[in-house]
Every structure is written in C-alpha cells, then in structure tokens.
Design a protein around this ligand. Structure first.
Ligand code: SF4
Ligand code: SF4
Length: 295
C-alpha cells in the first residue's frame, strides 16, 4: 500500500478506519452545526447532513457548551472514547463560530481526544488555518464529482459571497474549493478522507476518476457510500424514485477504485450524534436531559 508508517499507525488506532480498532476504540459525534451553505439534491434539511451521516435521522442540536459537557460525560462513562467528530446536522464549516468554539474548548479541556470534522468543502480553504490550530486527526470532504456538468446534476445551488449561484457555475466553484481545500490540508500534513455518494446514472461511472484525482492530491482514504433512497427521502431532482445502488454495484465500484487506493468498506454512516463503539449507538443514554441529571 502507499501509506506511510505515520499514517498507518494513526489508521490502526482509529475506530473508523481499522476493522480491528473499531472493536476497542469508541467515537462520538456532536451535532453543533445547523446551517448549510449548499444544496445537495439528496439532502432533506429536516435530517442530518449526508456528508457523513445516514439520512433520515434527526440529531439533538447542541450548543458548544452542551457539546463539551456531553463529551466529558461520555468520556467519563466510556473509557474507550478516543475520537470526537462534528458532522452536522448541517455543514460544520458553514457554522465556524460554533464548530471552532467546540474544538477550541475540547483541545484545551480534553487534549487526549482526537477531533475530526466532515464538510462539503465549500468553506474549507478559509478554515484550514484555524483547523490546523486544533488537535484535528482528520478532515472528511464529501467529493461527488470533479466535473461541473455532473456537479450541476447533484447540486442545484451553492451560497457563495452572499449570493445563490445555480447550476454548472455553482458546481464549478464548489469543486474548485474542495480541491483547493484538499491540497491545503495535505500541504499542512492534516489527514484527509474523501467520501463520495454513489448515485446510479449520475456519478457512478465518474467516481473511479474522482478516486484517482483525490489520491494523487494526498487523500489517504476514499469512502464510497451508497445513495440511500428511501420513500421518505427519495426525492432527487425533485423526482421520486431515484434509486440507490445495489450492494453488487457498490462493491464493484469499490473494487474498481481500490487498485488506486485504500477503500473504506465499513463506514456505518453514523448519525450526527452517534456515541459508542462502531456498530453500536448509545446516543440515547447521553441526551442533554440525561447528562444534566448526571451532574
Ligand atoms: Fe444537506 Fe449536507 Fe448537502 Fe448541506 S452538505 S445540502 S446539509 S447533505
Ligand atoms: Fe466513522 Fe463513518 Fe461513523 Fe464517521 S460515519 S464515525 S467515519 S463509521
């Protein structure tokens, strides 16, 4: 493989990357970021952002102060707690005050906990400097395409410099920002994982090229996630019935990309307020109500 020893050791101790580690190390997400700066056709704003989370789930929105309290309560009760992520319910970097306040406080108050964040990448270049000041283990960028024509089929608009920019023009800016952000993080030595949502008939044939490009720019993992099109969630282009990939189609694409880089095959698309070992979700034991009554 192409992983350096330093990256390999990080990966082996990380619940999301190592099939083994996920039995011994726990992760949690805190949902502090309500706003988003783009529109994905597969998004339903009632639910958590699909950059990292399984769609169709509503997380408890926390203030940075509540998020710190919750992290401390979880760390006190789950000794394997090693990684804290901000993954929604909107885009973490579209909520810089709330996201960075949470990271600032946790870096100071819980320096042993590794931090991670996921983003659509639009606000990434302007965030790299601030991200580099914290104990950031890795950044996940959702990159669904590198071609603005395909992008226009996935993103109806972005919100950029106080304006809504539609279609190919908006998609082009988003793609440029994602690629620039990826390059800037790699230059700073911050690990980058790339997520892609596989959308049959839209970007399925294109993702092998995406995989090649992001690896060349230094991403250490590529995670192809299936579009989850459920009845409630399945509007795409405003049309009911866009299907998700079959398990075979997903595996075939993962195989065709894995010649080029490490593929992540066991991401669970955890909810934006997931708590515990991977594959378990103890979020319900750590609602703010319950945490406040622990004190
Ligand atoms: Fe929804 Fe996330 Fe896309 Fe924003 S980035 S539109 S919250 S799926
Ligand atoms: Fe790990 Fe994937 Fe869950 Fe994030 S969504 S905590 S990367 S398994």
């Amino acid at each position: 493989g192409h992983l350096s020893d330093e990256i390999r050791s990080k990966v082996e101790n990380h619940p999301c990357y190592s099939e083994d580690a996920h039995h011994y190390f726990a992760r949690m997400h805190v949902a502090v970021a309500p706003a988003c700066n783009i529109q994905c056709h597969y998004c339903n704003r009632k639910y958590d952002c699909s950059n990292e989370s399984r769609p169709g789930v509503v997380s408890e929105l926390l203030t940075p102060d509540q998020a710190v309290k919750k992290t401390m309560a979880v760390a006190a009760n789950i000794p394997q707690m090693t990684v804290l992520g901000i993954a929604g319910p909107g885009d973490p970097l579209a909520n810089p005050e709330r996201t960075f306040e949470t990271f600032r406080r946790l870096s100071a108050e819980a320096p042993d906990i590794k931090l991670c964040v996921s983003t659509n990448g639009l606000a990434l270049p302007e965030s790299v400097e601030e991200l580099s000041k914290h104990n950031i283990d890795h950044v996940t960028i959702t990159i669904n395409c590198v071609d603005p024509e395909i992008g226009a089929q996935i993103y109806p608009w972005i919100f950029w410099e106080n304006k809504r920019i539609k279609g190919v023009k908006g998609a082009k800016i988003l793609i440029e920002q994602q690629q620039k952000g990826l390059e800037m993080l790699a230059a700073k030595g911050i690990l980058v994982k790339v997520n892609s949502v596989m959308i049959p008939g839209v970007n399925d044939k294109h993702l092998a090229e995406v995989s090649k490009i992001v690896k060349a720019k230094g991403a250490f993992l590529h995670n192809v996630m299936p579009l989850i099109a459920e009845a409630e969630h399945g509007t795409f282009y405003g049309v009911m019935g866009q299907r998700g990939p079959t398990q075979d189609e997903l595996m075939e694409l993962q195989d065709s990309c894995s010649g080029d880089m490490n593929m992540m095959r066991h991401c669970r698309q955890c909810r934006a307020d997931a708590v515990g070992l991977l594959g378990e979700d103890r979020g319900d034991e750590f609602t703010m109500d319950k945490i406040e009554s622990m004190e």
